[in-house]
Design a protein around this ligand. Sequence first.
Ligand SMILES: [Zn+2]
Ligand SMILES: [Zn+2]
Length: 302
Amino acid sequence: MTVESDSKTLERLDEQEGHEGALPKSLEFYRGLLRIQSAAESRIGAVELNLSGETIGDRIRHGTPVLGFDDLAIDWSLLQNVFDEVAALFASYQEVLREVPENLGGADHRLSPSKEVVQAWYEGARLPLPKATSDTGEALLTLIIHGAFRPFLIRHCEALLKLVNLEQWRRGYCPICGGNPDFAFLDKERGGRWLVCSRCDAEWPFQRLQCPYCGTQNQDDLAYFTDDKGLYRLHVCERCRSYLKTIDLRQTEDEILLPLERYLTLDIDTQAHNDGYRPGSASRKEEGGETMRGNSAKGDES
Ligand SMILES: [Zn+2]
Ligand SMILES: [Zn+2]
C-alpha cells in the first residue's frame, strides 16, 4: 500500500531528475512534501487501534467512516514538527503556490494548529479560527494540515483498510477517514471504478455511472473527456459542477503510482478549472439522519 508506494514514488522522481537534469517546479515541490511525509511515516510506525471487527462492521453498514477523531492515535508533538516542516516547504515554494504569504514560517507568524482546529478539519467542519483570518489564510492552513496529517492517516489506513468489507460501502466518501475522493481509476481486470481518498489514499469501489459528490445518476448530467491515448479521463458533473480525474489502468502496462498521478496530471486540473468545474465534496449520509459535508478536497495545490 501507500507507505511502500511513497518510497517508490521518491525513487521514481529521483530517476526522472537524473534523466532530465531537473524536475518541473511542481514535482520538485511534491518530492519535498513526500520526503517529509515519508520520514514521518517511518517515525510513526505501525498503528495499533482499539477498534473491534464488530465496531468496524457496524460503522461500515451505517455509512459511518471507520476512523472517528477520537479513535486516532496521534503523537501531537510529532504532528507539530511535521506541520512546521510542511509550512516551511510551502514558504519556500511561493512560485508554485501563488497564495503563500511571504512571512509564512517566520518566527512571529509561526502557525500552530490547535487540537480543535485539527478536529474541525478532520470532521469537515469550518475551522474555528480568529475572525481576522483571511480566506486565503484559512485555505492555506487547510492545505498545510492536509500535508502534515497525511502520514498519520496513511498509517491508520494501512492498519484498517484490510479489515473493511468494501463491497458494503460504495459511497462517495472515504470508508476510513471520511475524506473526499480526488482521484479515481478503472481497474485492469474489469474496468471497475475505484475512488482514491484525498487524505489517506484509501481505495474503494464505486458505481461507474454515478457522481460520487452529489450522487446523481442522471446520465444527462454526467460526461467525461479523454486524452489521445485514452489513459486519462476527466469526469465532470453538470449538476454539482465538480470534476474527478481518472486513470484507466487497462490502457497501460506501466506500474502506476496513484499518489504521483495526482501531480502528473495537474494540467487536467487546470483544464477543469478553466471550464468552470471544481474539486467535489461528498455529502455524508449516515444512518440516523445525520448529514454533514466532507472536507473539500484540495487537488489544486499549484
Ligand atoms: Zn480517507
Ligand atoms: Zn455531481
